[in-house]
Design a protein around this ligand. Structure first.
Ligand SMILES: Nc1nc2c(ncn2[C@@H]2O[C@H](COP(=O)(O)OP(=O)(O)OP(=O)(O)O)[C@@H](O)[C@H]2O)c(=O)[nH]1
Ligand SMILES: [Mg+2]
Length: 629
């Protein structure tokens, strides 16, 4: 049986015995900084590993992240619990439920952590039964309501084995984190090692990294290569989701990289500076606490996403302010860009960085300015089921009308395969090679295009059809790939593309009666001196003449030799045969000889010969023309 990997993080109030418990469970002291030793508190994240045997005999490997409990370091705590499977919530028997126990619980809930084991630590110092009862009361109505509560003491050794068993049976019942082919490592530590170079660490989620792989560092958009990978100090070839992972990135200088940055794949798109999100406030916030003050539209707050913390301005879309227990769709304007996916969860803290005031889920990372009622409704749909690929695909298409298939939801928790299967399943979606579109949107666009083409046929019956540029404008500048797909669809049924125009296959250009006299005038002008007809300005005297001339060219009755030389088709044919005849009789000839022989002018003869060269009739040799064959 292969070993499954999970990530556990501690949580709980300062001094409640989190680090001591990690040491008792694993043998590793997670507090490694001198300052932590001196002050006897945890400041930075600490790490350890725990090998467990599940009730069915399966071996389970858990990476443990030990977080600080002190209120000054909540920021570090949030960075530690972003991608975890299970929380180890620590409550000391002598001190019980305290402010950071509560704050950490809310943070875990905002981040979507669904499983916990509660360690009732320092059982040698307090009353187990009443403490257990108090914890049960605190957890009532929360996702952790049914979590096991295990009394432990690192002094007496009580409960440590029980705790291991409780953790093992929780993890045994869980699915390991999904590998959807979109790896992200939210960096929690950066350092250099002599002779090795820059190393970053974090908890890997969403996909794998292997040795030698090219990666991109976001938000810097810096390309680099992974030279080697370690997990808990052991060299490995490939890191999987939920593994504590250290990457050696020799091409990246230490000052180019920070905690909070993300290592990811190069083809997952760019960063975001505006997120559309659902922001929610815990109903557990107690009205009198400063953390419970209403979150006002326009507030400046801090967003904690992955291991990063950025200043954001909140624009609430459905309310003026948000009270505890409420949620709303909001735009979050971010001071410095982050790399976020649809479905990512986050925590919001106030501007003073003292209180956790909200959390939420990213609904759109691409900065689109969705705000009308229909869009908000679609986003709310997505907010209810951010992990449902069908809901996300459907709402994505409905929000955007049409979107390139290649990038559709590429920043999401769904694999490319899951997305294309969802596209296939949904028969309200119209699929083309490059794009996917909402059925209703597509029908409207198609009708609009047909109306424009019919209108062009009616307005200018003498024209081949509607110019594609005009079609583009009439469709309010839809992206190029949408236009291409639409044209391809039209051309498969009843329409045809002719040069730069599109027309109904049944359309035959005809001159309307009122233009007949203009046609006669142009023909006359061209036939008076057939081999030296007048220049454009003398033919195209007004808009009507312009239309007629274009009609004659499009219908092949007039040859446009160049932009200032027009010949009636029969005259063009005659000139062509006289030129070939002249050369076969007299040998190679200059422009001037041919011009004189035919009674033409340089204005006509030069572009005419160039055209005949292109057509493979004549060939230029120095200043003479020979026949091509
Ligand atoms: N009596 C008793 N003391 C304990 C027990 N567990 C931890 N302690 C003591 O409680 C103090 C705090 O323990 P830590 O493990 O550092 O607490 P912590 O939760 O990691 O603290 P922060 O990381 O700063 O939030 C230390 O002096 C420990 O020796 C226990 O089971 N029984
Ligand atoms: Mg600690």
């Amino acid at each position: 049986m292969t070993t499954r990997h999970f990530i556990i993080a501690t949580a709980g109030h300062v001094d409640h015995g989190k680090s001591a418990l990690v040491k008792a469970l694993t043998g590793t002291d997670p507090d490694r900084l001198p300052e932590e030793k001196a002050r006897q508190i945890t400041i930075e994240l600490g790490f350890a590993e725990l090998n467990l045997t599940a009730p069915n005999g399966e071996t389970i490997h858990a990476g443990i992240v030990d977080v600080p409990g002190h209120e000054d370091f909540v920021r570090n705590m949030i960075a530690g619990v972003g991608s975890i499977d299970l929380a180890l919530l620590v409550v000391a028997a002598d001190d019980r439920w305290m402010p950071q126990t509560e704050e950490h619980l809310q943070i875990l809930t905002y981040l979507g952590v669904e499983r916990a084991v509660v360690a009732l630590t320092k059982s040698d110092l307090g009353r187990i039964d009443s403490a257990t009862e108090q914890i049960r009361t605190q957890l009532r109505g929360n996702v952790f309501a049914e979590s096991p509560i295990v009394p432990t003491s690192v002094r007496t050794g009580e409960g440590i084995e029980n705790l291991k068993r409780a953790i093992a049976s929780e993890l045994a019942a869980m699915h390991p984190q999904r590998d959807f082919g979109k790896p992200r490592l939210f960096i929690d530590r950066v350092f250099t090692l002599r002779g090795i170079g820059t190393v970053v660490t974090g908890t890997l989620t969403g996909g794998r990294f292997h040795r030698g792989q090219s990666i991109v560092l976001q938000p810097q958009n810096l390309q680099a290569r992974i030279r080697s990978i370690q997990s808990h100090g052991v060299e490995i070839d490939c890191a999987h989701p939920a593994m504590r992972t250290a990457l050696n990135l020799p091409d990246v200088a230490i000052d180019q990289i920070n905690r909070g940055d993300v290592i990811t794949d190069s083809d997952l798109g760019g960063t975001s500076s505006t997120l559309t999100a659902q922001v929610e406030r815990s109903p557990r916030l107690r009205i009198k606490e400063p953390a419970a003050r209403p979150l006002k539209n326009g507030s400046s707050v801090y967003l904690h996403h992955g291991t990063s913390r950025v200043a954001v301005k909140v624009a609430l879309l459905e309310k003026g302010e948000l009270e505890p227990g409420q949620k709303t769709i909001a735009h979050l304007k971010i001071a410095s860009p982050i790399f976020a996916f649809v479905g990512d969860r986050f925590v919001v803290r106030d501007a003073s960085e003292q209180h956790t005031i909200a959390g939420g889920v990213v609904l759109d990372p691409d900065g689109a300015n969705f705000r009308d009622a229909v869009q908000v409704k679609l986003l709310s749909m997505r907010a209810i089921a951010p992990d449902d690929v069908d809901v996300c695909v459907r709402s994505e298409i409905a929000l955007r009308g049409s979107t390139p298939r290649k990038t559709l939801l590429n920043k999401s928790h769904f694999s490319a395969g899951e997305i294309s299967e969802a596209l296939m399943r949904d028969n309200e979606i119209v699929l083309h090679e490059e794009i996917a579109a909402d059925g209703e949107f597509w029908q409207k666009l198609r009708n609009q295009a047909i109306a424009s083409i019919d209108d062009a046929h009616k307005r200018n019956p003498e024209r081949t059809g509607l110019d594609l540029n005009e079609l583009h404008t009439s469709l309010r500048d839809q992206p190029e790939d949408v236009l291409e797909a639409l044209i391809a669809e039209l051309c498969a049924a009843g329409f045809v593309r002719k040069g730069s125009a599109i027309a109904r296959t049944t359309h035959l250009p005809v001159l309307p009666t009122h233009l007949q006299p203009v046609q006669r005038k142009i023909r006359k002008a061209l036939s008076q001196k057939p081999f030296d007809p007048p220049p454009r300005r003398e033919i195209e005297t007004d808009r009507d003449a312009e239309h007629v001339l274009r009609f004659l060219i499009e219908s092949g009755e007039v040859i446009e030799v160049d932009s200032n030389a027009f010949l009636l088709r029969e005259d063009f044919d005659r000139m062509k045969s006289q030129i070939t005849e002249f050369i076969s009789k007299n040998g190679p000839a200059t422009v001037s000889e041919l011009r004189q022989a035919l009674g033409s002018s340089r204005r006509i003869m030069v572009p005419l010969l160039e055209k005949l060269d292109r057509e493979g009739v004549t060939r230029r040799r120095g200043d003479k023309r020979t026949l091509a064959h």
